[in-house]
Write a protein that binds this ligand. Structure first.
Ligand SMILES: *Cc1c(COP(=O)(O)O)cnc(C)c1O
Length: 425
């Protein structure tokens, strides 16, 4: 459920009309709803409240790392799943306590490991044996012991887009299921590691529970055999990946309650603390990208609606062929078929083709729905377009939580080499 509703013909975020924010901040911009993300955090926690041990729900920071989002979710009781030293610092700065932070990713550097060890995080999810060796060496050099799990690649097909599928044997992620015993045996002998668990994450935007259940089943079997081999397994991190509805015409993804029931059933008797790493599920439907129509250009078939947002602001359509619902903020009730594109000089800068949508013209505001996850966080400055601002709404209050980047800042970030700087004098 979200808090983006029509009132008197105008789309509101909670109690704030979107045109008011657009008039004050300009477009394009991201707008987030506090109530929606807090509600999703609650629904997900409630879906897991039958578990024998209280789980750690660690928000996947990469889905939306804005400080206001992280602080909101930290206050709602969520920890953080981070994939870089930068994300770790963002989470800590936003008030996430280190003992609720999990560090994932295949390429942690020695510096990032030292940073996380010095903060005292809850768990490192290791993705290879060489990584285990490096972490042990860094921990020993700091006089610390790193709490670790191995991320296991269960070799299941998540049934999602290839670019967000992570649990097949050919993907770069995790330790192959068949190598797991050897990896744990090796880690046990490393002086800087304390092995405490297993981890799995098979992909994102999953719309079916079956691959998750298959992966968790394999992890259950592995926990048993690891324990038989004498390893202590106290934690099982089941990752994230639950999908959100993008296209109202498609069947909705599984409900958190059904996911929770499946998890309770499959993990019964594991005697571990479970960790979850939801990202998209928490913030996806809590954000929109608000954009203004610049002009409408005649096409061979349908018209091109050219908007002031582009692929640099919202990459998902060009990166994953992602589908976002596009709605008029003040719809007239008329509909037409159009292509929606941005101003960037790439054919890939296309948000929708042959889309039946609210009829719209120059100056109109459009909302790209379900843009709260993997939206602003993936934005870049291609075509020298400054980073998109972000606004957070709570009830009838709203606040800029990231200002529009001034073009001067973008230009000033570069510097000239001395031989060119001299010429300028
Ligand atoms: C991206 C990622 C997540 C979050 O995935 P969602 O689909 O947004 O829930 C969780 N864990 C890891 C290791 C990830 O890389």
């Amino acid at each position: 459920m979200d808090h983006f509703q029509m009132r008197d013909g105008v789309m509101h975020v909670e109690d704030v009309p979107l045109p008011a924010i657009a008039a004050a901040v300009g477009t394009p911009l991201y707008v987030y709803s506090t109530a929606t993300m807090v509600r999703h955090a609650q629904v997900f926690s409630e879906a897991l409240n039958q578990l024998p041990q209280a789980p750690l729900i660690a928000f996947a920071v990469k889905a939306n790392p804005n400080a206001a989002v992280l602080a909101t979710l930290a206050a709602a009781g969520l920890g953080a799943d981070v994939v870089s030293g930068g994300e770790l610092l963002r989470a800590v700065n936003a008030g996430v306590s280190a003992d609720r932070i999990v560090f994932s990713g295949v390429g942690k550097t020695a510096d990032e490991m030292a940073l996380a060890l010095n903060h005292g995080i809850y768990q490192f999810n290791l993705e290879s044996e060489p990584e285990a060796e490096m972490l042990s060496a860094v921990a020993v050099s700091l006089g610390k012991v790193a709490p670790v799990a191995f991320r296991i690649n269960p070799d299941v097909d998540a049934g999602t887009h290839a670019k967000i599928s992570t649990g097949k044997s050919e993907n770069k992620f995790g330790v192959a299921y068949d190598r797991a015993q050897a990896a744990y045996a090796m880690a046990r002998d490393l002086p800087g590691l304390s092995v405490q668990g297993v981890a799995v994450h098979i992909g994102s935007q999953l719309t079916d529970l079956a691959p998750l259940e298959a992966a968790f089943g394999r992890i259950g079997g592995l926990i048993e055999s690891l324990r038989r081999a004498g390893h202590r397994i106290d934690v099982a991190d089941l990752g994230g990946g639950l999908g959100v509805p993008y296209d109202p015409a498609l069947p909705p993804p599984p409900l958190p309650a059904d996911y929770g029931a499946m998890v309770c059933r499959v993990t019964a008797g594991w005697q571990v603390r479970l960790v979850f790493e939801p990202g998209r599920l928490i913030v996806g439907n809590a954000g929109v990208l608000l954009t203004r129509v610049i002009r409408v250009k005649q096409g061979v078939n349908e018209p091109f609606v050219i908007v002031d947002a582009a692929m640099n602001d919202l990459m998902r359509p060009s990166l994953y062929d992602a589908w976002h619902d596009i709605r008029a903020v003040t719809p007239s009730g008329d509909r037409f078929t159009a292509n929606v594109v941005g101003p960037v000089c790439e054919s890939g800068d296309t948000f929708a083709m042959h889309r039946v949508m609210d009829e719209t013209g120059p100056g109109d505001l459009l909302a790209f729905m379900t843009a709260g996850a993997y939206g602003a966080t993936m934005a870049g400055t291609y075509n020298s377009r400054p980073l998109t601002p972000e606004v957070m709404v709570s009830g009838n209050d709203w606040s800029i939580v990231r200002a529009r980047q001034p073009i001067e800042a973008l230009i000033a970030a570069d510097s000239l080499p001395p031989w060119l700087a001299k010429e300028k004098l």
